[in-house]
Design a protein around this ligand. Sequence first.
Ligand code: BEZ
Ligand code: FE
Length: 289
Amino acid sequence: MKNIDLSNLSDIAVQSFSALENDRTRQLVQKLVASLHEYAKDVQLTHEEWRTALSFLHACSDISSASRSEFSLLSDVLGVSSLVDLLAGKPGATPGSVLGPFHSAGSPWLSNPVNLIAANEGTPVVFRGRVCDVEGNPLPSASIDYWQNANNGLYWQVDPQQATDNLRCQLQVDAQGRFEIATIRPVPYEIPTDGPVWRDLVQPAHRSSWRAAHAHVIVAAPTYVKLVTEFFDSEDPYLEADAVFGVRGPLVGTFKTTQDPELCRRHGIEGDTCLVMDIELRLSKNENE
Ligand code: BEZ
Ligand code: FE
């Protein structure tokens, strides 16, 4: 008979996973079990508290569906999504930031320079930039998957008023690694506030429900590490309190009023000046290739 008590339970529970065949899976599971036991002992977890935690996870599961993951939101508001992004960061490369729930494959390929303004209300702006390696050499083989919200804060997938694929595209950069996207200025919006993550965790902590205005990109080039990131507007009021910890210094850009009649004409923007944000996206070489 094994006498299991406080002195040996944690080690026995960790050891019970030692036959997991995959080395990495075994490491992940055993460390997780050890950390959970450590935590419970540290805070002297009670039955009632553990039941509350499990009910919270049940509630997260109940509200989740194919198009809504409360667990992803939980990961975002706990800062774990951002932590994993930062852990994956490479020296000299543009930092990664939260993918969020509104990316889906199959965005239309548009020719660069791109114009996404179409029927959207809002302030016309141009994101202009280039994709390069960590030394600044252009990467003409790079492509960009781009998506953002509309002027009412919503992404097209959750707003029946918007056209399919509104404000999203894929594009190929030019021979100098450059891209140009005419669009509307992204606006701040709230994380979902109808579920347990907001109700039971974020709101009681008096935290903000707002995400600072941003545009998302996935940048890919053969033999380089894929970059999933966002860029932010330096004039946004929520930069200090982004609900999912996505803001990083190098990702914040400024829309500068730019006199460029040709650029305006190209994109059907009235007048001779428009707001332009210049962006550099740096990718690091994939060490496995
Ligand atoms: C977003 O970027 O769209 C997003 C990220 C995390 C939670 C909710 C929305
Ligand atoms: Fe977003």
